[in-house]
Write a protein that binds this ligand. Structure first.
Ligand code: SF4
Length: 706
C-alpha cells in the first residue's frame, strides 16, 4: 500500500488518492482528538482508488477502524460527475445519525466548498402539513392538545418536521404522517412548503445522499415499476453490509398485509366528507356540466366508493380467516395450506378478492376513459393512480395464490397477519439491479468474512468474484483487554434444564460486575426462563434484569446504558448493532451457538437450493450464518480502545465438536480458556478482579449508584 500510494502521489499530486492522503495528514490532524491511524488511511486510499477506477470493493474493517471517515473523505473530495450523487446506505439509524450529525459536519468544516449532503427517508418519516393545519374530525379529537405545539414545530423546522422530532405516540403520528395515497401533491395548498417534497427535490441536486438499506431496496423495487425515488448515482457505499441480504429479503418480498390494505383500500375511505375520496370525487365532478352531474356522481359512487367498501370487507374476512388457519403460529407454509381443506375458504376468499381488485381497477379505468372521451377533460390523476395500485395489488395477490415459483418461499405470517412471498436468493437482483448500476461500489462492515473468506458474503449479496477485497484489523488490543472463556461441560443448551444449570454462575458473575452483563440467547422462551431464574436473586444485589420484549429495544438499551445496575437478556436484535462503549457493558455471555431454526421455511428453501447445486447446507449455509453471528456478538464487547471485558461462550459444542473449532476461528480466541463451566466462570471472576477497576471498589463507589 505504501508503495502504491507514493507512486500515485508522485505521478499525479491532484489524484483523488493524493488528495485523500493529504486531507488525512494535514487537515484531519488539526481536529482536536483526531488520531491518525495507518489502517484508517489504508482503507481511505483503497476507497479512493476504487472511486477512480470503478468496480466493487468489499472492506471488512474491525471495530475502531473509523471506517465511516475512511469512505466519507474520498466521497467528499471526489470530483463527482454532474447530477450523479454518491449514495451511502446504512442499516441502523444510529449509524446514520453518526454520519449526519458528527462525521459529515466535521468534514464539511474542513472543506473550502462544502458538499451538498441530503438524507433520503421514507414517506412515513414526514409529517403531512395539510393534516396538521386542517385536521379531520378524528385527528382533531385525538390530537387537539398537541396541535399548537406541532404547528409551532412545523414553522421552526421549515415544514420538515420528522417523526423523531415530533415526539408523538405512534398512534398519533399515524394520523398526521405523510402518505403517498392520500397526498394531494401539486393540488395541495401546502405543496410548496411541504418538507417531504422539498427534500425529494433536494435529492435531485445532492452530491451525497445518506439513506438506509430499507429505502435503498424499496427504491430498487420501485425502479422496476418506473417509480424510483433516488436519482441515478455513480457511487454506492453500503455500510453495515452484512445485513443487506436480510433487508432485501424483507423489502423485496411480495405481500398481502394490513399496511398495504390500509394504504391502498382503507385510507381513501377515511374521514367521510373531509377525506381523500370526497376530495377526489369533488375534483372529478367539478368539470362536468350540471346536466351530467347526477348521473356521473352515481357512476363514481358505484365504481369507486362501493368497490372500495366491498374490497375492504373482503380483506377483513381474509385477515380473520388467516388468523383462524394459522392458529397463532408465527410462520406457516402457504402452499400446503391452500391445497388442504383447512385453507379452502381462504383460497376462495383470496380468489374473490383477486377478481374484485381486477374488476375495480378496470372499472375505474373504463370510467376515466369514458369521462375523457365525453367531456374532453382529464380525470383526477389520483384516481388513475388508485386504479393502478388496485391492479398491482391484484397481480401480487394472484402471484401469492399460485405459489408456483421455486425462487420464492410462500408463507402465512402472524406478525402482522399476512401472506408473504420472500425471495430465496437475492444475489441476482442485488447484482443486476443494484451493484451493476453504479460506477463503483464500496461495501463494508466489521463482519463480512467467515473463516477468513468473503465467499459467503459475496455469494449471498450478489458481488462477483471480481470484487476487490480488503481486510483492516481492529486497532484494539483484544487479547490484552479481553478474557475469553469457552465451556466444555454442561447439558445440551437446548435442554430444559440448561437455564437452571447456568443460573448460579451467571448470578455470581453479574453480582460481582454490578450488572453490566449482556446475556445472549437464541429464543424468546429462553429469555423468559433466564429472566425468571436471575431476577429474584440479582434484585438482592440491587441489579435489575431487563428482558427483550418487555420494552422496545432502544428503551431497554437506554436504560442499560444509564446509571444503575442492569443485566440485559436478549435474542437476535441484541446480537448486533448495539454500541455501548465503556464499562457499562463489561461482559457478554452467549449461551448457545446461534444456529438457524431448521424448520424455518426460508432456511429450508435456501438449504435446498444449495444442496441441489451440489453443496452442503450445513457447511455452506448454517456454519457461515453462525460464524457471522458469533463475530457480531463478540463485537458488542470492546467498543473503544480502552474498553475491557469478558466474553463467555457456554455452549459446550463450540469446544467439543469439530465444527465448533471451525466456528471459533471467527473470533480472536488466542489465549482463550477452555474448561468446565465452573472453572470458566471462576477464571472470569479472577480476571475481573485483576483487570476491571470497578470490581475492586465498593458497590457505592463503582459509579453505578443513581
Ligand atoms: S403535499 Fe402531500 S404530504 Fe405534503 S402537505 Fe400536502 S398532502 Fe401532505
Amino acid at each position: 500500500m505504501e508503495e502504491t500510494e507514493t507512486t500515485a502521489a508522485v505521478a499525479d499530486p491532484d489524484s483523488l488518492v493524493s488528495r485523500v492522503e493529504d486531507f488525512f495528514l494535514h487537515r484531519l490532524t488539526t481536529i482536536h482528538g483526531f488520531k491518525l491511524r495507518r489502517s484508517q488511511l489504508d482503507m481511505a486510499i483503497a476507497v479512493a482508488e476504487h472511486l477512480t477506477e470503478g468496480g466493487p470493493l468489499a472492506v471488512e474493517a474491525g471495530t475502531g477502524t473509523g471506517k465511516s471517515l475512511a469512505y466519507l473523505v474520498p466521497l467528499m473530495l471526489r470530483n463527482s460527475p454532474e447530477e450523479a450523487p454518491a449514495i451511502v446506505a446504512t442499516k441502523t439509524v444510529q449509524l446514520q445519525d453518526q454520519l449526519l450529525k458528527k462525521d459529515i459536519p466535521i468534514l464539511q468544516g474542513l472543506l473550502s466548498t462544502p458538499r451538498k449532503v441530503v438524507q433520503a427517508k421514507g414517506w412515513s418519516n414526514y409529517v403531512c402539513i395539510r393534516k396538521v393545519e386542517t385536521p379531520d374530525e378524528q385527528a382533531l379529537r385525538e390530537l387537539g392538545p398537541y396541535l399548537p405545539e406541532l404547528r409551532r414545530q412545523l414553522i421552526n423546522s421549515g415544514g420538515k418536521l420528522t417523526r423523531q422530532e415530533a415526539v408523538l405516540a405512534r398512534r398519533h403520528w399515524e394520523r398526521i404522517k405523510a402518505d403517498p395515497l392520500d397526498c394531494q401533491k401539486r393540488n395541495c395548498p401546502h405543496f410548496s412548503s411541504c418538507g417531504l417534497f422539498a427534500e425529494r427535490r433536494e435529492l435531485e441536486t445532492a452530491e451525497i445522499i445518506v439513506t438506509n438499506h430499507a429505502f435503498l431496496l424499496t427504491d430498487l423495487r420501485l425502479q422496476r415499476e418506473g417509480r424510483g425515488l433516488l436519482p441515478k448515482g455513480d457511487v454506492l457505499v453500503v455500510d453495515e453490509a452484512h445485513r443487506l441480504d436480510d433487508v432485501a429479503t424483507e423489502h423485496l418480498a411480495v405481500r398481502f398485509d394490513p399496511d398495504r390494505v390500509y394504504s391502498i383500500i382503507s385510507s381513501p375511505l377515511l374521514n367521510g366528507n373531509d377525506g381523500w375520496l370526497a376530495a377526489c370525487r369533488f375534483t372529478f365532478l367539478m368539470a362536468l356540466p350540471e346536466v351530467d352531474f347526477l348521473e356521473w356522481s352515481g357512476f363514481f359512487d358505484q365504481v369507486v366508493l362501493l368497490n372500495l367498501k366491498n374490497l375492504e370487507n373482503l380483506c377483513s374476512d381474509i385477515f380473520v380467516e388467516l388468523q383462524m388457519v394459522s392458529q397463532g403460529q408465527p410462520r406457516l407454509a402457504l402452499r400446503p395450506l391452500l391445497f388442504d381443506s383447512r385453507g379452502e375458504r381462504l383460497a376462495n376468499l383470496c380468489s374473490e378478492l383477486c377478481m374484485g381488485l381486477e374488476e375495480a381497477s378496470s372499472g375505474m379505468q373504463a370510467m376515466c376513459r369514458d369521462y375523457e372521451e365525453k367531456f374532453e377533460a382529464s380525470p383526477p390523476p389520483e384516481l388513475l393512480r388508485l386504479s393502478q395500485s388496485l391492479a398491482g395489488f391484484g397481480y401480487d395477490l394472484q402471484f401469492l395464490l399460485e405459489c408456483d415459483s421455486s425462487d420464492w418461499v410462500y408463507l402465512v405470517e402472524s406478525d402482522p397477519t399476512s401472506l408473504v412471498a420472500r425471495p430465496v436468493d437475492n444475489a441476482e437482483a442485488l447484482r443486476v439491479e443494484l451493484f451493476e448500476t453504479f460506477h463503483s461500489c464500496i461495501v463494508t462492515s466489521a463482519s463480512l468474512r467467515v473463516n477468513d473468506s468473503f465467499h459467503f458474503f459475496k455469494s449471498r449479496s450478489g458481488l462477483t468474484d471480481g470484487t476487490s477485497e480488503l481486510v483492516i484489523d481492529s486497532p484494539f488490543k483484544v487479547a490484552e483487554n479481553t478474557f475469553l472463556g469457552f465451556s466444555t461441560s454442561g447439558p445440551n443448551p437446548g435442554s430444559p434444564e440448561y437455564p437452571a444449570y447456568l443460573a448460579p454462575w451467571l448470578i455470581s458473575l453479574a453480582a460481582n460486575l454490578g450488572g453490566r452483563l449482556f446475556l445472549l440467547t437464541t429464543s424468546h422462551r429462553r429469555v423468559q426462563e433466564f429472566h425468571a431464574l436471575l431476577s429474584p436473586e440479582l434484585a438482592t444485589y440491587g441489579i435489575e434484569v431487563l428482558a427483550q420484549g418487555e420494552e422496545p429495544a432502544p428503551q431497554l438499551l437506554k436504560r442499560f446504558s444509564s446509571a444503575g445496575r442492569y443485566v440485559l437478556i436478549g435474542v437476535d436484535t441484541f446480537w448486533e448493532g448495539v454500541d455501548i462503549p465503556g464499562e457499562r457493558l463489561s461482559c457478554v455471555v452467549m449461551t448457545r451457538l446461534p444456529f438457524p431454526v431448521p424448520s424455518d421455511e426460508l432456511f429450508q428453501a435456501r438449504s435446498e437450493l444449495i444442496e441441489n447445486a451440489g453443496g452442503n447446507a450445513f457447511y455452506d449455509l448454517s456454519m457461515p450464518l453462525v460464524g457471522l453471528k458469533l463475530k457480531q456478538g463478540f463485537g458488542r464487547l470492546l467498543r473503544t480502545e480502552s474498553d475491557k471485558g469478558i466474553f463467555l461462550l457456554t455452549d459446550p459444542r463450540a469446544s467439543t465438536k469439530s465444527y465448533g473449532n471451525k466456528l471459533l476461528k471467527n473470533i480472536p480466541c488466542a489465549g482463550a480458556y477452555r474448561g468446565p463451566t465452573e472453572e470458566v466462570f471462576q477464571r472470569a471472576l479472577e480476571w475481573s478482579y485483576l483487570n476491571l477497576d470497578f470490581c475492586r471498589t465498593s458497590p457505592h463507589e463503582d459509579g453505578l449508584t443513581e
